[in-house]
Design a protein around this ligand. Structure first.
Ligand SMILES: Nc1nc2c(ncn2[C@@H]2O[C@H](COP(=O)(O)OP(=O)(O)OP(=O)(O)O)[C@@H](O)[C@H]2O)c(=O)[nH]1
Ligand SMILES: [Mg+2]
Length: 189
């Protein structure tokens, strides 16, 4: 049975190099990371290190402690997503919007994320500071989701990261309230 939580566990998932670790770091400062050198030549061209297990950071939103878990992005570590999803209240799906190709790559993995469980979530259209970044409304269209699912993000900036997290918490809380209401109605039948 769902009860009101005193904390929130939120997963930050998404493809390789979409900005998951950056997001957790920007919000939480000092975090636990498991970065290792990228060994795949193609991927090493993009950046030198990658998350191999998870990122972990703690912050709070309106006094509620929030535990953030960032997934690895490389497909060979994808099995970690299910493990990290244990006990989550919702997730933020990170998309690199620097090109349409990246957005389409993210779309395929989004189906995988949804197959893990039907959790409340939002899609973060990251790297909006890059010239000609794909706008959030186009991401929503390509992902075939309502526009309010997708929010703009520059994970390098604290104010932007904080407002995306705040929005995610709002969506999660709203979904929890709706679930509690449903349970209360059932109990009164
Ligand atoms: N311009 C720009 N670059 C960003 C932004 N967020 C992240 N980056 C860059 O994108 C690259 C990948 O960032 P990471 O945070 O390592 O991405 P990740 O999703 O954790 O990567 P993996 O764990 O390897 O899947 C880094 O070079 C970041 O500096 C952003 O908002 N704008
Ligand atoms: Mg990472």
């Amino acid at each position: 049975m769902l009860t009101r939580k005193k904390y929130l566990k939120i997963l930050v998932s998404g493809p390789y190099a979409s900005g998951k670790t950056t997001f957790v770091k920007t919000l939480c400062g000092k975090i636990l990371t498991t970065e290792a050198r990228v060994s795949t030549p193609g991927e090493a061209k993009i950046k030198k290190t990658t998350t191999v297990a998870f990122d972990y950071g703690k912050t709070s939103v309106d006094g509620v402690p929030v535990y953030l878990f960032g997934t690895p992005g490389q497909t060979r570590f994808q099995f970690m997503w299910k493990i990290l999803a244990y006990g989550i209240h919702g997730y933020i799906y990170m998309v690199d919007t620097s090109s349409v190709q990246e957005v389409l790559r993210a779309r395929a993995l989004y189906s995988y994320m949804k197959s893990i469980g039907d959790y409340p979530h939002i899609i973060a259209a990251n790297k909006q500071d890059i010239e000609h970044a794909v706008p959030p409304q186009t991401v929503a269209r390509l992902f075939n989701v309502p526009p309010h699912y997708v929010v703009p993000l520059i994970a390098l900036r604290k104010d932007s990261a904080a407002s995306v997290l705040k929005y995610a918490v709002k969506i999660i809380k709203r979904s929890q309230e709706a679930e509690l209401e449903k349970q209360a109605l059932k109990a009164s039948d």
